[in-house]
Design a protein around this ligand. Sequence first.
Ligand SMILES: CC(C)(CO)[C@@H](O)C(=O)[O-]
Length: 474
Amino acid sequence: MVSSSTDSRRIPAEWLRQVVEDKSEAPKLYAWRLPNLPPAGASSARNSPEVAEIADAEDERRRIYILGVGNIGRLYASFLAKIEYRPPITLVVHRRELLDEWKARPIIELVRNNGKKERNSRFRIEWWTEAQPTHGLIREPGSGRGVSNLIVATKAPDAIAQVDRVRRYLSSASTVAFAQNGMCKLWPPLGEAYVAARFGGDKAPGPRWLACVTTHGVRSLGPFRSVHASPADVLVGSVMVPEIRGGDGRDGRDGNDTTTSKEDKDRNATNNYLVKQMISAPGLNAREVATRELWVAQLEKLVVNAVINPLTAVLRCKNREVFEERGDGLRGVIDMLVGEASRTLRALVVHPSSDAILLAQDKDGKNSLTGEAGATGADLEETRKELLERFSPARLRGMLYTVARKVAANTSSMLQDVQAGKKTEIQDFNGWLVEMARYLGDEGGLPLNEKLILLVVDGAVRTRDELVKELRGD
Ligand SMILES: CC(C)(CO)[C@@H](O)C(=O)[O-]
């Protein structure tokens, strides 16, 4: 286990080392809304008294903040907005210009795969920044009541940094859901060290931390506009293993727990609010799963992203083409990439840092892979055996080809990033595998993944033949 007091040089992740070493106070942020935009030609001097509004407690308890309004943020916003007893929703943008764009055209547009355009405008929009507004009312995120429900829909490399930046407004009354691709950084063993470093002391036990595995395919058409190219589903669950909190694999805060105090029950019900909203959002197709099932699903999705995304980015092609048999060896390369991923996931399964996840139980008290009640050493061995089989090259390859058929017509998110000149998520997919292999002591490393990372980082474009030769080292 990695503790927050661990010698920071030995912490196996740069992001966590930075958090543990950073003793600065959480920054105070201002939540700019449209009336905070100064009229054209106005001076930047403060022109109104600093009056804060009285926030509506019930509104804040129900309000869902969506941090990041790219494809994933638009998808969640559009479907959550369709709930019958609609929760209030705030879109949180990362640039001031997006407030201006929203002012000009305040609509999220999602083009469904039948061509129908779904438009939604009933959102509040905010920009969270350290700069105090010069016009209009001054507010902080959550209007002084803290942020109860936060969906982090940024790209993977920004997710933890963004949450860390808003930590001043998060507490044990908050639920934070990570919705992007890639492994959530708060899985054991690192998550607990992060929570202890940032939420130890009077804020303990910190927010409820959720992750979502989002398989919907979405393509951007520009700010606030996307095509919902391939409807799929969402798995949501807790990334914290409960040990001390009720033992249901969903951190005991699901509203069905066995704790008796009214205070605990109220808090548990509150903390499951966001999950319930996601599940009831028409079209999002969200399902709540136990911690271990979520972990396995995220690892499998990682394998999909670590193969499809970089290959499509370097070959500049749609997902479908990567899997076409053209006798040029690309299928062999895919097998080799799957082989490297399989080796790493299998080593992770047998590593002691995974024991807590493997022993986590389902809501009904059963071990979710064996179906047996209770969690014992024998269960651990049984679960390991099942996961070693599930992460075998043959099973992972079968899983990859099944997903690939469903998303054949998509332009991968990494190719979209490359085409838009944006930073890619390569370090969170293939980089995660390479780092994990290193952490687990894999001497040989993952040579194909390492080469692929360099190609994507360099913005390289290759033909199929060139790529096969380069990756195989012919
Ligand atoms: C499944 C997937 C690769 C489909 O395009 C998607 O997760 C993506 O594009 O990142």
